[in-house]
Write a protein that binds this ligand. Structure first.
Ligand code: DGY
Length: 330
């Protein structure tokens, strides 16, 4: 029987499905293992159930020669060196689709919270500072009818575009590495623009671009300088996409109106300067965290692991491989 490692605590009933096929080592106390601890626990394991918190790079792979499959419970897989896995014939899988709508809901909510100053005004109320109604209290830009900008037009970007265009009467513009086919653009009523125009024209800019060296600090001081002083920025992509220090400074100086951040460079640590900025809404990487969606993500990762290690009804055909070419290697 193959051995597998479940690197973080996840739904027990879903992990139990792995026990029908494998000898499972799990992490019931949900410790965040150091790299040497992770390597130690991966010894002799054919498969790993990982989350975005575990870094699986070339060094880890070299130290864990039994590994055949790394199944990530996340759509993003920037924590895994896919090229190094492919070179070693290791299957990598992720959890796309099942989280699209939930993550888009959250991205939209975070954008609205930032734009309509919900965090800021709630803190004011809790501090007991609300003594009377006043006509310009927490005035903000509108969301409906405004221009929604989207950087990264994958499945989640398109789901956000649909919400903006169809639900809120927004004009949607987007920038992406590759332009969508005409029918896909028409379906979400989005217009392709270059990055500079996206920054200049967006009233509310939402980032949904995958993290890679190419998207590192895609939004830094020069990009923030192009945005309108009334604009908002929402990041539900990955921390490194935004230069958080530059953003904190732009917010403090009123160079943009507000921001909503669900992801941070070096999370769970935060750039401390963000904590002192009033016009930013901060959440702990929970965009996909509805009960149904987190269960669906865990379940898909388990299905992937079972199939990737040659078991179950889809033996050898994991549902959502990131490097499918490995599956056809002999
Ligand atoms: C993802 O799936 O990539 C989300 O960020 C949750 O980790």
């Amino acid at each position: 029987m193959d051995k597998v490692l479940v690197a973080r605590e996840v739904f027990g009933d879903i992990v139990d499905r792995l026990r029908l096929h494998f000898e499972v080592e799990d992490n019931p106390r949900d410790e965040v293992w150091t790299r040497p601890q992770l390597i130690e626990r991966l010894q002799g394991k054919a498969g790993a159930f990982t989350t975005g918190s575990e870094r699986i790079d070339a060094e880890v792979l070299a130290a864990c020669p039994a590994l055949k499959a790394v199944c990530n419970m996340a759509v993003g897989y920037n924590n895994i060196d896919v090229a190094a896995c492919t070179a070693r014939g290791i299957v990598v899988t992720n959890t796309p689709d099942v989280l699209t709508e939930t993550t888009a809901d959250f991205g939209f909510a975070l954008m609205m919270a930032a734009a309509r100053r919900i965090g800021e005004s709630e803190r004011y109320l809790r501090r007991g500072e609300w003594t009377k109604w006043h006509y310009d209290q927490f005035m903000s830009p509108d969301v409906h009818g405004a221009t929604l900008g989207i950087l990264g037009m994958g499945r989640i970007g398109q789901a956000i575009a649909r919400r903006g265009a169809l639900g809120f009467g927004m004009q949607v513009i987007y920038h992406n590495r590759s332009r969508l086919p005409h029918e896909a653009e028409a379906a979400v009523r989005a217009r392709y623009v270059d990055k500079a125009n996206l920054l200049r024209d967006s009233d509310h800019l939402v980032l949904v671009v995958p993290y890679s060296p190419a998207s590192h600090h895609a939004i830094g001081a020069p990009e923030l300088a192009l945005m309108k002083p009334t604009a908002t920025l929402t990041n539900i992509a990955r921390g490194g996409v935004v230069d958080d220090a530059a953003l904190a400074q732009a917010l403090r100086e009123g160079r943009i109106a507000a921001a909503g951040l669900d992801v941070f460079e070096g999370e769970p640590r935060l750039n401390p300067t963000l904590l002192d900025v009033p016009n930013v809404v901060l959440t702990p990487h929970i965009a996909s965290s509805s009960v149904t969606t987190r269960r669906a993500m865990a379940s898909l990762a388990v299905d992937n692991l079972i199939a990737a290690l040659g078991c179950g009804p889809r033996a050898g055909r994991p549902p959502t491989p990131v490097n499918p070419e490995v599956l056809t290697m002999t």
